[in-house]
Design a protein around this ligand. Sequence first.
Ligand code: G6Q
Length: 547
Amino acid sequence: MTANIAPLTQCAAWKALEAHYPKVRELHLRQIFADDPNRGERMAAEAVGIYFDYSKHRITDETLKLLLQLAEESGLRAHIDAMFRGEKMNVTEQRAVLHVALRARKGQAIVVDGEDVVPRVHGVLDRMADFSNRVRGGEWKGHTGKPIRNVVNIGIGGSDLGPAMAYEALRHYSRRDMTFRFVSNIDGTDFAEATRDLDAEETLFIISSKTFTTLETMTNAHTARVWALKTLKHQAAIASHFVAVSTNADEVAKFGIDTANMFEFWDWVGGRYSMDSAIGLSTMVAIGKESFRDMLDGFHQMDEHFRTAPFERNLPVLMGLLTLWYNNFFGAQTVAVLPYEQYLNRFPAYLQQLTMESNGKRVSLDGTEVAYQTAPIYWGEPGTNGQHSFYQLIHQGTKIIPCDFIAFAQPLNPLGRHHDVLLANVFAQAEALAFGKTSQEVRADGMPEWLVPHRTFEGNRPSNTILLERLTPQALGKLVALYEHSVFTQGAIWQIDSFDQWGVELGKVLAQRIIPELEAKAEPKLEHDSSTNTLIRRYRKLRQTSP
Ligand code: G6Q
């Protein structure tokens, strides 16, 4: 893909941005806004129901022009087209990257290795819909004839974060007479707490694992089987209390789940891009097939926008470029994601995987070490909670932290003044970060001189404000796809593989050597470094003294 593209730092636009940066660094948003009274309207883009205000960024028209030029010179357009065509963009695993096919409409054709995958996608969606209807309607019965009231998704990483986030985000639309839990951690506490008040006769486990070999998931799945059989007694009960979501039918069958109760997805769906594949089965059971389809439609609308809109009006492209601007020129290390929406409380955690697992890479596609920073660290909490903790650092600390403020105009739980106050806070925070409070203003408030520096806010702290009408399944789809494609934009420009995850693979094998050393009856011969050896010995000793 990048064969004809010069190394990033050799691009004319990159060099121009390097020359341009020192001038912009000296500008203050106060002045920039004063010089252009229409900036707030001008530097905003709207698409598929998302209003994206990027005016409070430390950029000029020239900056934007150069960033857009960088996108062009980096071959972003060709990258986008290649992804949608089903090319093997995941170079190190030789896989297509086709989460966009998961939300393609019926009749659209996307071909991978000579096969149109869209009919298969819809085939699985139909099976999921049928299954969800039966569970929700009480037709799918547990082994003792009781309807299912509890659904526990067991998975980790991409097989957990999406469903867990989506369930929280769309809880308003979910079946309130059912309980949904998500078990991911191998720490037994996760399983124990998730199941302690559940009746096995009414509980369905969805074992979600692309490979069906992941240690955490398989350990939790085996524990779930033991837990269920303790009450249900008969092996035959597995068929009505366990279903699987996987690409690996052999392992599913080995575990004892009938492959008729397996929902398939494909190797061209990356784990962190899989929430709208069969991995979303728990989401569909929670919100129903229509709402799930609405969510997919939201994703699709953003996909089409990303694929077709000119870059200067393309939301994911703009968002990706602005992130890159701070990351690569201002030296910003992090991005704060601040949803002013309680239902999005898991959204920052979800985005951490999406952004950091995708773009946390240090070599470019050709294997050479990159000469620039790649993915920033994403973090955040829902507003207004964050305001009473870490916002202090964003306002007055020594670091530059671009923020994504996310807000919805209509509340899902209208309660008195709550929503106006919530929205007043999000607008006020973005305003305060951008414009600060000068020492003159502080003095004018009558502050004593010694307090003036402490009460002064430098401002000039950049943010996006992302405003939507209402948090619906469709809106969630649009929002997630916005970030997915922003990540894609950045990865394409950084010339990295945004779709592999060798660091995760490493984690999957590392513990394997130590497990037998912890479990051995006799003192094992340890051949790690002296620190690891000592920790293992100490753990073995301490464990014996536990009550
Ligand atoms: C995602 C990663 C990773 C993966 C988990 C679970 O992109 O590959 O987070 O989703 O390691 O893997 P399985 O679904 O195979 O259990």
